[in-house]
Ligand binder design. Structure first.
Ligand code: 0A1
Ligand code: ZN
Length: 877
């Protein structure tokens, strides 16, 4: 059952609009209950447009109050209008001004797209298609125009009036009203429009650019939260300096403002000169924010700021090109964080994230290419494939071109396309022109879905001192793509000799090798290395040089050898992850581990902990045992989450048992005594200590008490939250008490409530669903707030397979029922939660069947949004 249109949009149908928008003048009259929007659009036909071509402007839930052309009201026969469009049947064949008026009710806008109210503040979200909920417009990213915005509002309700660009006028209007006029000189697509009106506090600062211009910086927030905005401000200034240093990019307006709001569908939005943020990515103080929160704030502040060049100055021609701005900007924020903190630690963090969320997407029913060629609902394509795989593709370009070559290409990109709305093809062309390389095969990364699996076999011939390495690639079919082309896969590699040091070789033949880079460009490549004195251990995909799954031929002994000797820190980490995953996956599917294997793995972990040369953050990543969803993904089919959870806990117990005392003493020695600072070193120390607490809690009977003690004595949220979350995830004897205390201790702080919701949703106990149901149906649960809903339901579907994928179907049904309710309020949040069902094809039959039953019931019993229907149909198909 459904009502919304089911139309599919295709990239191949792209055509420019027949009319251009020359300039935009907007006038917002904001009153307590309604907002009147008057738009004056200066429009002209393109040269090729035949006279009499209708002009079709997009709308969404709009009601037209009046329409005029060049000041004269239009007669009824001259236009057609409904909620979704305004059509001028025969517009003048010259430049003209179209004036429309609509009235909005922002308080009723629970979809949080367009103009809405969040805790009383008026704010906007226009990407991708929210502007059409504000006024009739050519709402697509290739329509670029200069905007002038006048806004008036009651002074008492909205002393702060902000929009894009520079403030050019403001004043009093009498009757308690005032106004402001903002002008943005840069051409922009409507999705970058923003407006904020409200009673807000703020902090301010300034930044002097490399050419000596002074930019005023402001962060606006609810009164009383100003003190929690300083880390965001510091991150902003560091981002601005970094983009100058690393990419030669300078900020271009006199003002840069950020506003924190509590109701927001995503993390944040890069509106020109006026970024709007989910407040969880702005507010931080040690008592209520964790190190991970500080880390995300720094990253997202940088991400949105970097969009000013990659996204705003150069934008996307159409929404199929989304990864043009997103993949590139994620790559840039990852690089920023690597430079600001530790490169290997950041790389491991990013790859963990890729494997936890992107690989499952790419290997399941929701797989799609980073540059898709059709969609029903564009909001469903703000995915980890577009963002994170998109970033990996840019990283591979950087690997292929080298640092100087990459910078040269980026300079050419800015020079050639500044001020344009462009495409992935144009982006790749820049890299070809700057490097002289043919990247036509490489481009397949953007056009094809699925994670390649790379197979490895090798042999050594002592008589001729030759080493032979064969690499193969294969991509499983994905929805709509039964056959796959071979990709150009850059494999950064090294050979390691028996004594653990790097090994040279004479020559190499059989394939393309550039220094330490193998270019795997066919289904299979066999390389012959001569002059190899001993049998080497190959270290492949150093730094995770390509987003692939490696079916390594290395046994545990060789993996542990790499973990000890590889000069590449990423591969040291990865070798241990692979060794651990293999043991757990085998045990969960019936092949028990041997005592020797566990002893060897334990020794490798202990040696890492004892190594004085490694930093704490890295050690914490090494001792982090792969999560149940990651192991499930590794097994791939007939997955039984209970068996995985048991095997994982058994392995941790076997690993920890004999060294529990030692681990506890390291844990005790790592307590931070200095005053809290979110810096990488201190945060790393806490993450190692909490990683040990996690091991001890899963693997020994010491953990429960240690965690409760840590919870009670904690002086910051990082330690307190870790103690509670670890207790909950292991459902220790102390867990219910900690959850109870946490909830009351921080009652009244919504962002801390989110942490409670997450911890509670991830607990694997059989009471989890009842607890969640009680929370969700409590009369005071803020059921329109995306953060609350995602913290509870998003964490449940993504990180609690034991309860979500219960064989009795209770977990699935709980979620589909919640999704049906949420869909009525906010379709974007509902469809995002539903994507958790993408694990169905990997599950054992019984669970898969009850999961499909729940989805079919959702489809049959409810009228669903386009967002939810599209995801549902793709999973059921
Ligand atoms: N461009 C933003 C992401 C974003 C997308 C959609 C939104 O509302 C539906 C909000 C933000 C970014 O990459 O940060
Ligand atoms: Zn972005």
């Amino acid at each position: 059952m459904r009502t919304e249109t089911e139309q599919t949009i295709y990239l191949k149908d792209y055509a420019p609009t027949p009319y251009r928008i020359v300039s935009v003048d907007l006038d917002f009259k904001i009153l307590e209950d309604t907002t009147r929007v008057r738009a004056q659009l200066t429009i002209e036909p393109r040269e090729q447009t035949p006279p009499g071509t209708p002009l079709v402007l997009n709308g969404d839930e709009l009601k037209l109050d009046s329409v005029a052309v060049d000041g004269a009201p239009l007669v009824l026969s001259a236009y057609v209008s409904d909620a979704n469009a305004l059509t001028l049947v025969e517009p003048p064949h010259r430049r003209f001004v179209l004036e429309t008026e609509v009235t909005l009710n922002p308080a009723a806008n629970t979809k949080l797209m367009g103009l809405y109210r969040s805790s009383g503040t008026w704010c906007t979200q226009c990407e991708p298609e929210g502007f059409r909920r504000i006024t009739y417009y050519l709402d697509r990213p290739d329509v670029l125009a200069p905007f002038k915005v006048r806004m008036s509002a009651p002074k008492a309700l909205a002393p702060v009036l902000l929009a894009n660009g520079n403030l050019v006028d403001q004043g009093d209007l009498g009757d308690g009203m005032h106004y402001a006029v903002w002008e943005d000189p840069f051409l922009k697509p409507a999705y970058l429009f923003a407006l904020v009106a409200g009673d807000l506090g703020s902090i301010s600062d300034s930044f002097t650019t490399m050419s000596g211009r002074k930019v005023s910086l402001g962060i606006y927030c609810t009164h009383g939260k100003e003190n929690e905005c300083h880390y965001a401000m510091d991150s902003l200034k560091r981002s601005m300096a970094w983009d100058e240093r690393r990419f030669g990019r300078e900020y271009d307006l006199d003002v840069f403002n950020i506003v924190a709001v509590s109701d927001f569908n995503f993390g944040a939005m890069e509106n020109k000169g006026l970024n709007i943020f989910n407040d969880k990515l702005v507010f931080a103080q040690p008592e209520t924010a964790t190190d991970a929160n500080y880390h995300s704030i720094e990253r997202v502040i940088a991400h949105e700021y970097f969009h000013n060049w990659t996204g705003n100055r150069i934008t996307c021609r159409d929404w199929f090109q989304l990864c043009l701005k997103e993949g590139l900007t994620v790559f840039r924020d990852q690089e920023f964080t690597s430079d600001e903190r530790s490169r290997p630690v950041q790389r491991i963090h990013d790859v963990q994230n890729l494997r936890t969320s992107q690989f499952p997407e790419d290997g399941g029913p929701l797989a799609h290419p980073p540059r898709p060629d059709s969609f029903r609902e564009i909001n469903n394509f703000y995915t980890t494939t577009v963002y994170e795989k998109g970033a990996e593709i840019v990283r591979m370009l950087a690997t292929l071109l080298g640092e100087a070559g990459f910078r040269k290409a980026m300079d050419l990109y800015f020079e050639r396309h500044d001020g344009e709305a462009t495409t992935i093809e144009a982006f790749i062309k820049v890299f070809e022109d700057a490097s002289g390389r043919d990247l036509s095969q490489f481009a397949t990364w953007y056009l094809q879905a699925g994670t390649p699996q790379v197979g490895v076999t090798d042999s050594y011939d002592p008589a001729s001192q030759t080493y032979t390495l064969t690499l193969t690639q294969k991509v499983e079919p994905t929805p709509g793509e039964p056959t796959k082309k071979p990709l150009l896969i850059p494999v950064r590699f090294g050979l390691i000799g028996p004594n653990g040091s790097p090994m040279g070789f004479g020559s190499v033949s059989g394939g393309a090798v550039e220094d330490d880079l193998i270019l795997l460009d066919r289904d299979s490549v066999t390389l012959t290395f001569t002059g190899v004195a001993n049998k080497p251990v190959p270290s492949l995909f150093r730094g995770f040089s390509a987003p692939v799954k490696i079916a390594s031929n290395l046994g545990q002994e060789e993996l542990l050898f790499l973990a000890r000797h590889d000069s590449d820190p990423f591969n040291r980490w990865d070798a241990l992850q692979t060794a651990t995953t293999t043991l757990i996956a085998n045990a969960a599917t019936g092949t028990a581990w041997s005592g020797t294997e566990v002893d060897a793995l334990r020794q490798a972990l202990v040696d890492t902990l004892d190594n004085p040369e490694l930093d704490d953050a890295f050690k914490a990543q090494v001792i982090d045992i792969p999560t149940e969803p990651v192991i499930g993904r590794h097994i791939g089919k007939n997955v039984d989450p209970d068996a995985i959870a048991r095997a994982r806990a058994d392995l941790v117990r076997a690993l920890v048992g004999p060294v529990a005392e030692k681990l506890e003493s390291i844990y005790r020695g790592l307590e931070v005594t200095a005053p809290y600072s979110p810096d990488a070193r201190q945060a790393g120390q806490r993450s190692l200590r909490n990683g040990l607490l996690n091991l001890l809690t899963t693997g020994s009977d010491r953990g429960s008490d240690l965690a409760s003690r840590q919870y009670d004595n904690a002086t910051n949220m990082t330690d307190r939250y870790a103690a509670m979350a670890i207790s909950a995830r292991n459902w220790t004897a102390g867990a219910p008490a900690l959850l109870g205390d946490f909830r009351t201790r921080f009652a009244g702080d919504p962002l801390v409530f989110d942490k409670w919701l997450t911890a509670s949703a991830q607990a694997p106990d059989d009471g989890a669903i009842e607890r969640m149901r009680a929370t969700l149906t409590a009369p005071d649960f803020p059921r329109t707030n995306p953060n609350r809903l995602r913290s509870l339901l998003g964490s449940f579907v993504m990180a609690n397979p034991v309860q979500f994928a219960r064989a009795d179907g209770l977990g699935f049904r709980f979620v589909t029922e919640a999704v049906a309710e949420i869909d009525k309020v906010n379709p974007q949040v509902a469809s995002r939660i539903l994507t958790g069902f993408r694990i169905l094809p990997t599950l054992e039959t019984r669970r898969r069947d009850v999961g499909l039953d729940a989805l079919r019931a959702l489809k049959e019993q409810h009228t669903l949004s386009r967002n939810v229907s599209e995801i549902l149909d793709r999973i059921i198909a």
